[in-house]
Design a protein around this ligand. Structure first.
Ligand code: ADP
Ligand code: MG
Length: 689
């Protein structure tokens, strides 16, 4: 047998089963060996009927004492009952809707049952146990894998197929270097590839799991470290300058944390190597000013700067504030978004090529073909978690060939606070600065969780805030924009809601509406009206999630709050509490599920973005946390970032050691490692070429 042997070559697998197996991604013997159990059942111990512990699955060898009897309970429900005995006692076993068992089970034969024993009165009983003949036990006495299944494929069948494949296939070649196995006490693949399916002991299972987790994390760490090395290899524009004068352009004094981040970035840019830095700071921590300071240094040194934002609204807002900050210093800042007229775009293209425009702020439009820079020195990506690793690289690549093969500096800003371990994973190729201090004078946003019954009181509160001159956001979950908001509102619902507010609830107030499907001009007009204080209440979808800044807004209401992730709610909440006024956030949800309440209560309990991110991660796992495709990283099959922190650390150190000796894996003996890393980042193999 070979890894490519088709499953139809296995006894008992015909066209129908082969089709069902293909649904699980299983087509060949090799697929079977690589198909990992989702759980295990420990069937090593057997008990007598009388001594079996209750309410946990156990094995009990029994003799069938009578022919199974089948009874109809009602239409569509029947039960097959039988008495079983062992040396000392008897018990009743029931199977629901499995009438065929009358033919499969025979009086006087011995079987091993696997299931939970329940006490009914003082009689022991079992319902729907699994069973196998005691004379030919297959699963009894072992730790049994439990696989993800599909209709028509039982776990017993799958386990048997996997076992046949493991027996017939040659052991795979070891995929980790021998020194690593020795140094980290890892079990060899030869053993693990079997033990992960059929571990002889729990210890063997743990060893196999640890090995595979290590392997996944090692290659990922290696890949990220390699990226980081490649990016920082070579030279960047050496940009030196005094940052002191920049402060004079601002209406406020920079916080200590902002200064520190600026200093770190300035040191990178002066070093002669290309900067690859992540600025991580909670919403409202003032990342824009840090970016502005870097841009200012770069433009003054005669280089160009580009800043990419995830939405048009955000790009426009950045453009407005950066233009405001930098124009007095004689720096021309331009805007480039997809919805601009072709003639406007063309003008920006020309000015970027000629160098007439020093700083351009835009959306993905910055990556379009027409864009070429005269001399790009710094590429900035805002709210990076929305861009993949690749886009970050693509923006920097826009610089093309700089004179003397220089690479531009890259600065990434993220408002999603990420737990440290995860940050190392996701941003393993970046240096990190954390802005851990908010500008002075901010009062934390008071957050409440309310149900429908409080709606009228809540509207009263909206009125009271507006009467004091404040403004209010009301956010609705929109399916159109937000894949995460499953079961959210469609556009019609959002529009209808805004109309009801306008016509019935607040006929005397000015109610605006902004959502992602509006034309850019309309969006801009709605946002601008709100920013200028011309609307009191802004009904919005999550387009306002990132970055929009209206200091006079003091109240945010989130409808169907249960539809949002915690980190996303935290981002939303960051839209208020930006001015000198006490601010509020009201989460509206009638979802009574204890998990939902617990989740939303995290927000009412803290405004610390890092704490919220940690909770979010715990509750949802890293995949969901970022949205499957957002981070551009491979997914894990075995490793679990919540529990494998120790393994992660070891794997990262191991990757560091390998690269310290051979920074770009160019030695022949490291060729297999390089191949593995390339395969891992398959979606974007160019990253490693
Ligand atoms: P974010 O980190 O969320 O991008 P912004 O850069 O948008 O934050 O800044 C949020 C608000 O705080 C803006 O109105 C900005 O002008 C203001 N701000 C930034 N830094 C300071 C500071 N050091 N002192 C006072 N206000 C500041
Ligand atoms: Mg921002």
């Amino acid at each position: 047998m070979e890894v490519t042997t088709p499953l139809t070559d296995f006894p008992g697998v015909g066209e129908v089963r082969a089709k069902a197996l293909a649904k699980l991604g299983l087509r060949t013997a090799g697929d079977l060996a690589a198909y990992l159990p989702r759980a295990y059942e420990d069937r090593r111990a057997s008990y007598t009927i009388a001594e079996a512990p209750l309410d946990q699955p156990v094995c009990i060898p029994v003799l069938l004492a009578e022919e199974p009897r089948r009874m109809n309970i009602r239409r569509g429900l029947d039960v097959t009952r039988m008495k079983v005995v062992d040396g000392a006692s008897a018990m009743l076993v029931s199977f629901f809707n499995q009438g065929y068992l009358r033919q499969a089970l025979h009086r006087g034969e011995e079987y091993v049952l696997y299931g939970k024993v329940a006490l009914v009165g003082d009689h022991r009983q079992m319902t729907n146990p699994q069973f196998e003949p005691a004379a030919r036990p297959h699963l009894t006495g072992r730790i049994v894998p439990v696989y993800p299944l599909t209709a028509g494929i039982s776990n017993a069948l799958l386990a048997s197929l996997v076992e046949q494949a493991l027996e017939a296939l040659p052991a795979p070649e070891e995929s980790l270097p021998g020194e690593l196995l020795a140094a980290h006490g890892l079990a060899p693949l030869e053993r693990c590839w079997r033990d992960i399916h059929f571990p002889p002991t729990p210890e063997a299972l743990e060893a196999a799991r640890r090995r595979f987790a290590f392997e996944e994390l090692f290659y990922l760490s290696l890949g990220l470290a390699l990226l980081r090395h490649r990016r920082s290899a070579g030279r960047g524009p050496a940009i030196r300058g005094e940052i002191g004068d920049f402060q004079a352009l601002l209406p406020f004094a920079l916080t200590g944390a902002q200064k520190k981040a600026i200093d770190e970035a300035a040191a990178d840019m002066a070093s002669g190597r290309p900067m690859n830095r992540l600025i991580q700071g909670d919403v409202g921590s003032g990342k824009t000013a840090v970016a502005a300071a870097c841009a200012w240094l770069v433009c003054r040194a005669g280089w160009q700067c580009a800043m990419m934002a995830p939405t048009e609204i955000l790009a426009e807002q950045h453009w407005r504030s950066l233009h405001g900050m930098l124009a007095p210093a004689g720096i021309r800042v331009g805007l480039l978004t997809g919805s601009m007229r072709a003639s406007e775009k063309k003008k920006v293209y020309e000015e970027l090529r000629s160098g007439g425009l020093q700083f351009v702020v835009g959306t993905h439009a910055l990556l379009s073909e027409g864009v070429a820079f005269q001399r790009l020195g710094l590429a900035i990506a805002d709210e990076q978690h929305r861009f993949g690793v690749e886009q970050r690289a693509a923006l920097a690549a826009k610089a093309g060939e700089l004179e003397d093969g220089l690479r531009p500096h890259v600065l990434v800003m993220s408002a999603t606070p990420i737990p440290r371990t995860l940050a190392l994973m996701i941003y393993g190729d970046l240096d990190i600065s954390v802005i851990d201090e908010l500008p002075p004078g901010r009062t934390p946003v008071k957050t409440f969780l309310v149900g429908e019954s409080k709606r009228q009181r809540m509207y009263g509160f909206v009125r009271a805030q507006v009467a004091e001159g404040r403004q209010v956001y009301i956010v609705c979950p929109s399916v159109e924009e937000n894949g995460e908001a499953e079961g959210g509102w469609d556009l019609k619902a959002v529009t209808r809601y805004a109309r009801t507010l306008r016509e019935q609830v607040f006929p005397d107030l000015r109610v605006g509406l902004v959502h992602g499907k509006l034309k850019a001009k309309e969006k801009e007009a709605a946002m601008a009206a709100f920013a200028a204080g011309e609307t009191d209440v802004l009904v919005a979808t999550t387009v306002i999630e990132v970055g929009v800044d209206v200091p006079n807004a003091s109240l945010m209401i989130v409808e169907n709050a249960e539809r949002f992730g915690l980190s996303q709610l935290h981002q939303l909440r960051g839209r208020v509490g930006r001015g000198k006024h006490q601010s509020w956030c009201i989460l509206v949800s009638d979802d009574r599920a204890p998990e939902t309440r617990a989740r939303l209560r995290v927000l009412t309990g803290t405004t610390d973005g890092f704490k919220i991110a940690e909770e979010d991660l715990k509750l949802r796992g890293p995949g969901d946390f970022f949205g499957a495709r957002q981070h551009g990283l491979p997914t894990f099959r075995v490793a679990d970032l919540n529990t494998d922190t120790r393994v992660l650390k070891e794997a990262q150190e191991a990757a560091g050691e390998v690269l310290a000796a051979d920074p770009d894996l160019s030695r022949p003996e490291h060729r297999p490692l390089l191949d593995k890393v390339r395969k891992l980042f398959e979606e974007d193999p160019d990253m490693f070429n």
